[in-house]
Design a protein around this ligand. Structure first.
Ligand code: GRF
Length: 222
């Protein structure tokens, strides 16, 4: 069923926020039936919060040190997201593992982006892991977050080649170009109500027209 208003998105970020920016840009350009209503960070001075400020989006630092447990910290996050009537939570370079309570509260309503073709190379330094392993292709994945680290049901992936002379930086940059495409796309698919989750499987209704390989280095699906 089509939504009546724009999907209300809350973003959690711990760093530079280039994925946040891609979502903001898509939203402001009218390419997304979604609007970011709040940005939360566990770090005080990150560029992600500055980006929020520049676009008049409420940006809040929530201090992990002022909460006794991870559960108490995540409860504070849930409160802030609820206060802003967030319908979908997007993790964009958020460097903390969410508690089971948070995941349960927003079950299948939390997305994450990871710079590798999951389930390969989860966790930190995904591009370094890919280079060390000697893979010929890598890419990025948007998935629903579950209780594990980068383990939830996969929504969309993009593939890029790995070249012999790649450094971590060149590979990361090639992947990042696609991150900035697939994250807004996954959010749009969600906003359109086209995603269904059954166990590990996310299906996308009406995606046949989108199945042709896209132009450029990589290949995106769906
Ligand atoms: C991205 O590579 C994302 O896939 C990973 O952390 C990085 C965040 O980059 N989870 P940015 O803060 O969005 O620029």
């Amino acid at each position: 069923m089509a939504r009546s208003g724009r999907l209300r998105v809350g973003v959690l970020a711990s760093g530079r926020g280039s994925n946040l920016q891609a979502i903001i840009d898509a939203s402001e350009a009218g390419k997304l039936e979604a609007v970011i209503v709040v940005v939360l960070s566990d770090k005080p001075d990150v560029y992600a919060l500055e980006r929020a400020r520049r676009h008049a989006i409420p940006g809040l630092f929530v201090d992990p040190k002022s909460h006794a447990t991870r559960e108490a910290f995540d409860t504070a996050l849930i409160a802030a997201l609820t206060e802003h009537q967030v319908e979908l939570v997007c993790l964009a370079g958020y460097m903390r593992v969410l508690t089971a309570a948070f995941i349960n509260h927003f079950r299948h309503r939390v997305m994450n982006i990871h710079p590798a073709l999951l389930p390969s190379f989860p966790g930190l330094h995904a591009q370094r892991q890919a280079l060390r392993h000697g893979v010929k292709f890598s890419g990025c994945t948007v998935h629903f977050a579950d209780e594990g680290v980068d383990t939830g049901p996969i929504i969309i992936q993009a593939v890029v080649p790995v070249f012999d002379d790649d450094s971590e930086e060149t590979l990361a940059a090639r992947i990042l170009t696609y991150e900035h495409q697939i994250y807004p796309r996954a959010i749009q698919l969600y906003a359109e109500g086209r995603l269904r989750v059954r166990g590990r499987h996310v299906t996308c209704r009406g995606s046949e027209a989108d199945r042709a390989p896209r132009e450029g280095w990589g290949y995106m699906h769906p």
